[in-house]
Design a binder for this molecule. Structure first.
Ligand code: KG4
Ligand code: ZN
Length: 344
C-alpha cells in the first residue's frame, strides 16, 4: 500500500508488497500502559518498551482516566527514546510512525496520537492510526509465520468477540458479548472476593490452586456466537454471600469461575471454526494470557487445528502489536486529521 509522508506528501510504500524492509515505530497509550515499539516487517520485534501504571492505579482499585493521561505525558518521551536506544535505529531509519487511535480513554489516546503524528511530521514520514482491537489480533503475527484465514477469539478488558479473519484486512465479527466483557467479568469477580486490581491475573493464579468442579456455575445462554457474563457474575456474588460468617473457599470459587468462562468461550470458538471450515484458530487480547483459556484453546491441536496465541507480553497492551497492525494494514487510518475515539 502507499501512504503519504506528513510533511512533503512524499509517497512511501508500506507492507508486505513494498519490496524493502519496513521498520515501523508504534505507540500504544489507550489505557494504563505507555508503550513504544519498533517492528521489522510486521513480525520481528526490534524494540519493545512498556511503562506500566499498575502501581499508580492499584490504590484506587481501577484506572483513573485523568491520572492515567498525566502519567502517559510523563512517560511518552522516555519510552520513545528507550525504543530508539534498544533498537540502535535512528528516526530516519523508520518507515512510518503509528499509534493507537481507539477504542480507549480519550485523554490517554491523545498523548500517543500526538507524539506519533509529531514524529511523523518532524521526520517527514507517514503516520498510521491503528484500531486497538485489530492490533490485539495482529499480536498473533509477531514472531510467527501465521497468515489468514483463521478464526479468532478476542478477549480483553473491554471486548469479547469471535472474529472471522479472512485476510489481513477483511475481518467479520461473528459474535460478541451482550453485557460484560470477559476481562471485565474477571476484574469484577476478583473485586467481589477481595483481590486487588488488576484482578484478572490474580484470579487466574488462585484458580490454578483450586478445584474447577467445586461449584456448578451457569453458562450464559445466548444464541449464536454471542456471549453473556452478567448472570455468571451474579451467581458468584450469591455464592460469596452464602459463605457469610464462614471462611470463603477462594481458590475453589476462582477455579469454578475460570472453568465456566473458559469452556463457554472455547466451545463457541470451536463451533465457529468448524462451521467456517478453517484449519487455524488464534486467541488475542489481555485475557488470552489466561492459563486455562490457553490450555483449552491449545487442546484444539489434538483435533487437527493449528493454534496460535501471542507470547504473554504481546497479549496485554503493548506497542509491537500496533506496529504489526500498521504494517499489515488491518483497517488503519492514515489521515493527518484522524482523531481519537473512545468506543467502537
Ligand atoms: O487487552 P487488555 O490489556 O486491555 C484492553 O484492551 O481492554 O486486557 C486487560 C484485561 C484486564 O481485564 C485483565 O484483568 C485481564 O485482561 N487479564 C487477565 C489475565 N491477564 C490479564 N484475565 C484473566 N487471566 C489472566 N491471566
Ligand atoms: Zn488492550
Amino acid at each position: 500500500m502507499e501512504k503519504k509522508s506528513l510533511f512533503s506528501d512524499r509517497i512511501v510504500k508500506i507492507g508486505p508488497d513494498s519490496g524493502y524492509d519496513n521498520y515501523i515505530m508504534a505507540i500504544e497509550s489507550s489505557c494504563d500502559e505507555t508503550a513504544c515499539a519498533i517492528v521489522k516487517n510486521g513480525r520481528e520485534v526490534i524494540a519493545n518498551i512498556v511503562a506500566s501504571q499498575i502501581k499508580t492505579h492499584e490504590k484506587f482499585g481501577g484506572v483513573i482516566p485523568e491520572i492515567a493521561a498525566r502519567e502517559h505525558l510523563d512517560s511518552i518521551n522516555i519510552v520513545v527514546q528507550e525504543a530508539f536506544d534498544q533498537s540502535g535505529l535512528k528516526p530516519e531509519d523508520i518507515t512510518a510512525f503509528a499509534a493507537t487511535v481507539g477504542p480507549g480513554l480519550v485523554g490517554c489516546l491523545l498523548v500517543g496520537l500526538n507524539a506519533a503524528k509529531t514524529l511523523a511530521l518532524v521526520h517527514d514520514k507517514p503516520f498510521i492510526g491503528v484500531n486497538h482491537l485489530n492490533a490485539h489480533l495482529c499480536a498473533n503475527y509477531i514472531e510467527t509465520d501465521l497468515k489468514p484465514p483463521f478464526m479468532a477469539l478476542l478477549v480483553s478488558g473491554g471486548h469479547t468477540q469471535i472474529i472471522d479473519v479472512e485476510s489481513y484486512s477483511k475481518q467479520t465479527i461473528l459474535g460478541e458479548t451482550i453485557d460484560d466483557a470477559v476481562g471485565e467479568a474477571y476484574d469484577k469477580v476478583a473485586r467481589l472476593i477481595g483481590l486487588p486490581y488488576p484482578g484478572g491475573p490474580r484470579l487466574d493464579k488462585l484458580a490454578q490452586e483450586g478445584n474447577p468442579a467445586a461449584f456448578q456455575l451457569p453458562e450464559g445462554k445466548v444464541d449464536g456466537y454471542n456471549f453473556s457474563f452478567s448472570g455468571l457474575k451474579t451467581a458468584v456474588l450469591r455464592l460469596v454471600k452464602s459463605f457469610e460468617g464462614k471462611e470463603l473457599p477462594v481458590n475453589d470459587i476462582c477455579a469454578s469461575f475460570q472453568e465456566c468462562v473458559s469452556s463457554t468461550l472455547v466451545k463457541k470458538l470451536k463451533k465457529a471454526v468448524e462451521q467456517r471450515g478453517y484449519k487455524q484458530v488464534v486467541i488475542a487480547g489481555g485475557v488470552a494470557a489466561n492459563s486455562e483459556i490457553r490450555k483449552k484453546v491449545f487442546a484444539l491441536e489434538n483435533e487437527g487445528y493449528r493454534v496460535n496465541a501471542p507470547a504473554m507480553k504481546y497479549c496485554t497492551d503493548n506497542a509491537s502489536m500496533v506496529a504489526s497492525c500498521a504494517y499489515f494494514n488491518t483497517n488503519t487510518f492514515d489521515d493527518i486529521d484522524v482523531e481519537v475515539f473512545s468506543r467502537v
